[in-house]
Ligand binder design. Structure first.
Ligand code: PHE
Length: 470
């Protein structure tokens, strides 16, 4: 079956005040990631492309464990402070205080290094509470890649050693490629070298080389994904170089840390976060991590697939509709249709065949139907988070089983936006107005049906959020 039912058993986790995994998410849970391993699925095309790009560098795929993880793995071991916003109940799905659905693939860094893997690539489903719009969905997919080498054993970091040689090869390729790299961030802005690296010349050299290797690797990856032929044919029609920029970032488990963005179709698109792996992570990996140093990155597959294949709504990734899947199958098999030429990628000394670029042709959309809801929050300070409202709307407007859906995930609300808010000058109470945009990808919704669903949403809001509808 393409979409196996949830086999992740949640019964064994006693509920407490943290528990907030909604029933609608349960059918999405699977012990192994589904979409990136579904043949011809756009996320599968992207995963395999990235895997084959990185494999010549010895970076090999590993399978992730279950998405249910301890907060120790997801946060503590990676150095997240106790009050880090990522831990908030408003942002993370908790089974209980100690157990959550992983919010990122970095949750498995320590264990993967501990298993003895030095160069690996893991694709997995990750979960975050978020707003409702075309680019946010409670489940999405990340790929975590890492490469570490031994500082004291062997001579990987020695002058003329493995790492330096690979850096030089990648830089040579990039110098010849049509790519413009903007990388002016100072080391301090990016978090600086880690103290334990600073104090040790061999480690400092290794950290410097790791960063150089990371840059070569990811610039090469960006080129292979968004190479000039792709970018040019889509927007301007001219053969412009790909533009990539490195901006400073902060992650508790890397330093220095960066985000990489590419200029694509007239906008900067953030494609990944990365950096030099924290000593803490490798220390946590015990014997296997001892004396090692290197880099890690994490990228979001949906975001990249949406722009690369022109997929307009994130719900479409859950489609079981032939009108969606067929488009990727046809193009991959090399039949005529939406092909844009066969591009040979050869960045970073890595050359491989690449799949043809596909442009998804949206099937006709059914008309939207707006409903607004205005309410007073109980006091001027709300006791609930906006994501609680989003969650409640998802719950009331999504099918309870995956089987029931076809053209997308089966949900009826496409986006929710705050369109007005003010505080009453006398009472100090806050008023908010949200607009719910109802639209199904399966069929035309009647006004009567939307009214009925909307009424249920409003009832739940009154009950669960303690608000007063105006
Ligand atoms: N886990 C980070 C995120 O989800 C990305 C990341 C991975 C950053 C690895 C640095 C190293 O945003």
């Amino acid at each position: 079956a393409l979409f196996p039912p949830a086999e992740v058993s949640l019964q064994s986790y006693p509920r407490d005040s943290h528990s907030n995994v909604p029933p609608s998410l349960i059918p999405r849970l699977s012990p192994t990631p589904v979409l990136p391993y579904t043949p011809h699925h756009p996320l599968e095309l992207l995963r395999t492309h990235i895997e084959s790009h990185l494999s010549p560098a010895g970076i090999e795929p590993v399978l992730p464990p279950s998405p249910v993880v301890t907060t120790k793995l997801n946060f503590d071991d990676l150095g997240f402070p106790a009050d880090h916003p990522g831990r908030a109940k408003s942002d993370t799905y908790y089974l209980n205080k100690e157990t959550c659905l992983r919010t990122h693939t970095s949750a498995h860094e320590v264990a993967t290094f501990a298993s003895g893997k030095d160069k690996w690539l893991m694709t997995a489903d990750v979960y975050r509470r978020d707003e409702i719009d075309a680019s946010h969905y409670p489940v999405f997919h990340q790929m975590e890649g890492a490469s570490v080498w031994s500082v004291d054993k062997g001579d990987a970091f020695a002058p003329g050693g493995e790492v330096e040689k690979e850096c030089e090869a990648m830089e040579r390729d990039l110098a010849q490629a049509s790519i413009e790299i903007e990388d002016k961030v100072s080391l301090d802005e990016a978090g600086g070298w880690q103290p334990s690296h600073q104090g040790d010349p061999a480690k400092l050299r290794a950290a410097e080389l790791s960063l150089r290797h990371l840059k070569g690797t990811l610039n090469g990856l960006a080129l292979s994904l968004f190479g000039p032929r792709h970018a040019a044919s889509s927007s301007t029609g001219s053969d412009e170089p790909l533009r990539v920029r490195w901006i400073p970032a902060t992650f508790p488990f890397t330093s220095p840390s960066y985000e990489v963005e590419v200029w694509y179709r007239g906008a900067w698109l953030e494609i990944l976060g990365c950096g030099v792996v924290m000593q803490r992570t490798l220390d946590g990996a015990g014997e296997a991590g001892k004396g090692k140093l290197g880099w890690a990155f994490g990228l979001g597959l949906e975001r990249i697939a949406m722009v690369l294949y022109s997929i307009p709504d994130i719900r479409l990734f859950w489609s079981r509709d032939e009108r969606f899947l067929r488009q990727f199958r046809v193009a991959e098999e090399g039949q005529v249709g939406k092909l844009r030429g066969d591009v040979k990628g050869s960045a970073g000394g890595l050359s491989k065949k690449r799949e043809k670029l596909i442009t998804f042709e949206p099937f006709s959309r059914y008309p939207p139907c707006y409903k607004d809801v205005s309410f007073w929050t109980t006091s001027s300070k709300t006791s609930w988070h906006e994501n609680d409202l989003m969650e409640l709307i998802r719950e009331e407007t999504s099918p309870s089983s995956v089987e029931a859906t076809t053209a997308s995930d089966g949900s009826l609300v496409e986006s929710v936006s705050l369109i007005d808010s003010f505080v009453h000058p006398k009472t100090g109470r806050e008023s908010r107005c949200y607009r719910l945009n109802y639209r199904s990808m399966e069929r035309s919704l009647s006004n009567a049906e939307v009214n009925e669903v909307h009424e249920r949403v409003v009832e739940r809001m009154k009950r669960d959020l303690g608000i007063e509808v105006r």
